[in-house]
Structures are given as structure tokens and as C-alpha cells.
Design a protein around this ligand. Structure first.
Ligand code: ADP
Length: 593
């Protein structure tokens, strides 16, 4: 990600690795000349070298701080963006897959520090290796077998520590799903949307307990591994210390017997300590490196994950030779033939054998009980899933022959669980068609279509008013107002097909009726689909599609379906009865039928 800083940093580390032995040699010579040389000039020269080496050391450290700091920032920034890009390339089905969610969590949680850690460990290993090699050379020249013994001890300890690492990594991998659960507990405890229910149902004690139990479990596992690690390291260092002290004694005896000078004694003791320290640092470094390397494997796995998103897949495969001549098209007619879809991991199809025709200028209401497959049908229609069976045709040609991105661009949708963007009203509406986000008239017109323009223009900063309560000066809208903003967002898009999923969820019956009247008016030139529970609303549509248990059981106009006397008629009668008995007065006689 940055070649210059990387190369500089490697050089600085090699330099840093040489520093201890250089210091040691300079110090050794200085001491030896102090005790044996009568020439003050020689001593001064040695002292001069001594000063130079310390200045150099500071310079290296300072440059390193700068270079490493920059590298760290660059790495974390680039990786976080890479993960963000990868996440946005994933499909809806990927997000509904808990395994992929785990991978995403692991990758994003640690991207800011793990890869850099890995890098510092690599360079740490490099400089330890250089220091160890240079100090071991000194020792080797004096007593070669010392180096051999130290090396053998290290080998044994590396093996046992690496085994432990693997165990730790597995624990860590298996922990991700639980970790995500613990994250969810804190999310519930700290999220403003959840707080009302958490308070009123008095859930916080329970949630906190679950959170604490999970953390306790992690803690117990971590402590067990830590104990093992400390025991292994302790035994290993004890063994090493014995060898070390023996060798130090040897050096002392040789000095006592006047075989070597006191400066050399200092030198050897330092070299022994350095070799041992660096060998340990090297082992530690390699151990941590192998740990983080396992993480990196996971990161790369995630970054290489194939997407389930149909649009991305199509782009990746670039199979679109036919696309060129279909650049500009208008959805005149959409045909679903035998469309079935099963969510991954499910055994039963959520929609089965759907046959449906929709034409420009037509409004279609989809009705049916909860779970009958209405939302699934529109998600499949919008090309959010890849692996449905049957065919979807636009103007007589398979949708897969079109650029799916362009197909999606031609759809304006309000999902049942639409988003509240904690951003300005401009963003909330403008996201419907990002290129029009600065065109106030268009935004206001879209707001008008959703009958929310009056509210927006009266906001303190108009379109630029921050909405929601997450950030400063936010203006909170009501549930119904948020929904209208979402509708305006869909209308901002110059689409060929507009879809409203349950507009009734936040709107009172009168408001829904008004909205649908407006919707029908606006749909003169497009395909309009709305999903609704209210039969009184559904009857406004030109075509009503009744779904039950994943299938279309009836379709036709209100009149036709009433004559048919099936599910629709039954639902209609139930609702009409309830309506006339309970709500007659309240809605001022606007009773359907
Ligand atoms: P509706 O919109 O009519 O209420 P849905 O289309 O949401 O119904 O659901 C149809 C069926 O598909 C239900 O049985 C539901 O449990 C199942 N389902 C919906 N979404 C998913 C999903 N993401 N993964 C697995 N099953 C799902």
C-alpha cells in the first residue's frame, strides 16, 4: 500500500537490529582501553564513537516512529475501505447468512489493528534476528557450543507454543457467533430504537446477565490458555537461565584468571543476554505472527468471498454481450412465468409457481396473510436474489439479458422496514436518485407526491434539517412522517415501476387511502405495485393478486374476485364487517363498500 515507507521501515529495522551489538562493541572497546591503554587520545576517540552511536540510535528511533505511524494509518485506512467495498458488493442473501455475518464481523472488527500488528511482528522478527545473529556471532567466536545449546532449547519451546496457538485460534474462531451475540446484547442496551421496549419490558437485567455470562465464558477460556502459555514459557526460561548463568560464570572465571579483559567480560555478558533475549523475542514474534497470520487467512477468505448479489455477479461475469442494444428501455410489460424461490437454508419454497403479468399504466395490489410470500415475491422481482426458478421477462425478454443495475434503477421501492437515515431531509429524499440530491425543486416535488412537502418546508432548515435524534440538532419525525419521507425517496427516482410494501403499517386508514389515490394518479405511466393488508385499499387497484402459502390463488379485479367468492371475498367480508361495526363513527363514514 505504500512501497516507499515499507522499504524505509525495513531498512530502519535492520539498522535497529544491528544497534545493540554495535553499542556493545563500542562500549567493550572503550572499557578495555580505559583499563589497559595509557593514551587519553585513544580513549577520547572511543568516547567519540560512543556518543555517535547514541545519537544514531535516537535518529533511528525517531525516523521509525514517523515511518511506522504513517504505515499504520495507511494500512488501517485502506483495509477498512476494502472491507467496506467488499461488504457493499455482497448480496441480500449473504447478509441473511449467519456464517458470512460472522466473517464480516471478524474482518471489520480487527482490520484496524491486526494487519499492522502482523507487520510490526514481521519487522520485529527481522530486527530480533539481526541482533541475535550479530550477538551470537560474537559468542560463537568465543564459545561456539553456547550458541548451539541456546538454539536447541528454543526449538523445543517453539513447537509447544505453536501448538497452543492453534488451540487458541480455534477457540477464537468458534467464539465469533457468540461474540456477535454479545455484541447484540450491548446493541440492544445502547440503541435508541430498542430502548423503549427494553425499559417497558424491563429487559435490561436479563440482557445484562446474558452479556455477563458470555463475557465470563470468554474470560474462563482465555485464562485457561494464558495459564498454559505462562507455564510453558516459565519452564523454558528456567532451563535457559541455567545455561546462561553457567556461561556468565565461565566469563567471570576467565577474567579472574586474566585470560580476558574486564571490557570483554562486559561484552560477553551483554552478548549472552542479548542472544537469549533476542532468541526469546524471536520465538514470541513468530508465535504471534502465526496467530495473526491465521487471522489474515480469514481476512483474505472474506475478501475473496463470491457475492450472491445478482447485479454484482452479472458485472463480474460480464456475460452481457446483448446489453449494448438494451441501454435505453422502458418497462412496458413484466411477465413472471413459473417463478419459485427458496431461501438458502430453507427446505420449503417461500413462493411457488408464480405466473403474473404487469403492464405499464397498471396498478396491482398484492394481498394475503402474513407469511404468504408477498415480500419475497417483490424481492425476487427486484432481482435481489439470484437463484430463483422460472423466468422473469421484461418486454418479452429475460431480465437476465438486461443490465440488472439498470433494471434496478428503474424501480422505486418503499420497503416495509424502510430506513430512517440519520441525515438531512435532503439526503433522506435525495438517496432515491443521488444525482438529483442538489435539485431542490425535484426533492420538493417528490415530497409533494408523498404529501410530506408541507412538513419539510416548515422544518427549521428546510431540506437541510437533520432528521432523527442520533446527531446534533436532529428533528425527530413521527413514524408516519418517516414513512412518507421514504415514499418521497422512492418517487424521486424516475422509475418505471414503483413498489410500496405495506404502506398501511404507519398510516391511518384515511391517510393510506389518500396516499393510494395519489399513487394511482402518479402510476398512470408506470407499473404500480402495493402490498396491503387492507382490502379497502386493495380494491382501488386495477388488478388484485391474492397470495396464500407462497402461491397466487386468485387474481382479477375487485368485482371479479368478489364474484368468485374465494379467499379474497372472505377477507373482504371479514374486514368490512369489522370496519362497519367498530370504526364507522371514527372515520366519518368513509367506509368502503
Ligand atoms: P409476507 O410478506 O407475505 O408476510 P414473506 O414473503 O415475508 O411473507 O415470507 C414468506 C415466507 O418466507 C415466510 O414463511 C417466511 O418465514 C419466509 N422468509 C421470509 N424472509 C426470509 C429469509 N430472509 N430467510 C428465510 N426465510 C424467509
Amino acid at each position: 500500500m505504500n512501497k516507499f515507507y515499507m522499504v524505509s521501515s525495513v531498512f530502519l529495522h535492520i539498522f535497529q537490529g544491528l544497534m545493540p551489538v554495535l553499542t556493545l562493541i563500542v562500549m567493550q572497546n572503550l572499557l578495555n582501553s580505559v583499563v589497559s591503554s595509557g593514551d587519553i587520545r585513544l580513549i577520547l576517540l572511543q568516547f567519540g564513537l560512543f556518543i555517535a552511536i547514541y545519537v544514531l540510535k535516537s535518529a533511528v528511533t525517531m525516523s521509525q516512529t514517523y515511518v511506522e505511524g504513517t504505515l499504520e494509518a495507511v494500512l488501517s485506512k485502506s483495509l477498512n475501505i476494502m472491507i467496506g467495498e467488499k461488504s457493499s458488493s455482497l448480496g441480500l442473501a449473504d447478509y441473511e447468512n449467519s456464517e458470512i455475518n460472522d466473517q464480516l464481523k471478524r474482518a471489520s472488527q480487527e482490520a484496524s489493528y491486526r494487519p499492522y500488528q502482523l507487520y510490526t511482528q514481521m519487522t520485529g522478527i527481522l530486527s530480533s534476528f539481526v541482533t541475535m545473529l550479530s550477538s551470537a556471532t560474537l559468542l560463537f567466536l568465543w564459545k561456539w557450543w553456547v550458541v548451539v545449546i541456546l538454539f536447541l532449547i528454543s526449538l523445543v519451546s517453539v513447537y509447544s507454543i505453536l501448538k497452543l496457538n492453534k488451540e487458541q485460534f480455534e477457540i477464537y474462531m468458534n467464539r465469533t457467533p457468540l461474540y456477535r451475540q454479545s455484541w447484540y446484547m450491548t446493541f440492544l442496551l445502547t440503541n435508541d430504537r430498542a430502548v423503549k421496549e427494553v425499559k417497558i419490558f424491563n429487559m435490561s437485567t436479563y440482557l445484562l446477565k446474558r452479556y455477563r455470562d458470555l463475557l465470563q465464558r470468554f474470560f474462563a477460556e482465555d485464562r485457561r490458555i494464558l495459564r498454559k502459555r505462562v507455564t510453558i514459557t516459565f519452564m523454558y526460561s528456567l532451563l535457559e537461565l541455567a545455561v546462561l548463568l553457567g556461561v556468565v560464570w565461565l566469563a567471570i572465571r576467565e577474567t579472574f584468571e586474566k585470560k580476558i579483559l574486564v571490557g570483554s567480560l562486559y561484552g560477553y555478558i551483554q552478548a549472552i543476554m542479548l542472544t537469549q533475549n533476542q532468541m526469546q523475542a524471536l520465538i514470541q514474534g513468530m508465535v504471534q505472527f502465526s496467530q495473526n497470520n491465521l487471522y489474515m487467512e480469514q481476512l483474505f477468505l472474506f475478501l475473496q468471498l463470491p457475492t450472491s448479489d445478482p447485479v454484482r455477479r452479472q458485472k463480474e461475469q460480464a456475460t452481457l454481450m446483448v446489453m449494448d442494444d438494451s441501454k435505453e428501455f422502458c418497462m412496458e410489460q413484466i411477465l413472471l412465468e413459473g417463478v419459485s424461490f427458496t431461501y438458502s437454508g430453507q427446505t420449503v419454497s417461500s413462493i411457488r409457481n408464480i405466473n403474473l403479468t404487469m403492464s405499464r399504466g397498471q396498478t396491482i395490489a398484492i394481498v394475503g396473510k402474513n407469511g404468504s410470500g408477498k415480500s419475497t415475491l417483490i424481492k425476487v422481482l427486484m432481482q435481489l436474489y439470484n437463484d430463483y426458478e422460472g423466468s422473469i421477462k421484461i418486454n418479452g425478454r429475460s431480465v437476465r439479458d438486461y443490465d440488472l443495475q439498470r433494471v434496478q434503477d428503474k424501480i422505486g421501492v418503499v420497503f416495509q422496514d424502510f430506513m430512517h437515515y440519520e441525515m438531512s431531509a435532503r439526503h433522506n429524499i435525495g438517496f432515491g436518485s443521488i444525482e438529483r440530491i442538489e435539485q431542490d425543486e425535484e426533492l420538493i416535488y417528490a415530497a409533494q407526491c408523498a404529501a410530506i412537502d408541507q412538513i419539510i418546508t416548515k422544518l427549521p432548515q428546510g431540506l437541510d434539517t437533520q432528521l432523527g435524534k442520533w446527531f446534533e440538532d436532529g428533528y425527530q419525525l413521527s413514524g408516519g412522517q418517516w414513512q412518507r419521507v421514504a415514499i418521497a425517496r422512492a418517487f424521486l427516482r424516475k422509475a418505471d415501476m414503483y413498489i410500496l410494501d405495506e404502506p398501511s403499517s404507519f398510516l391511518d386508514p384515511v391517510a393510506e387511502r389518500d396516499l393510494l389515490a395519489l399513487f394511482l394518479e402518479l402510476m398512470k405511466d408506470s407499473i404500480g405495485i402495493f402490498i396491503t393488508h387492507r382490502i379497502s385499499s386493495a380494491r382501488l387497484a386495477q388488478k388484485i393478486v391474492v397470495m396464500d402459502n407462497g402461491e397466487i390463488v386468485e387474481q382479477g379485479t375487485h368485482k371479479e374476485l368478489m364474484l368468485l367468492g374465494g379467499l379474497y371475498a372472505e377477507m373482504y367480508n371479514i374486514q368490512a364487517n369489522t370496519f362497519s361495526e367498530e370504526n364507522l363513527v371514527e372515520v366519518g363514514g368513509r367506509v368502503p363498500g
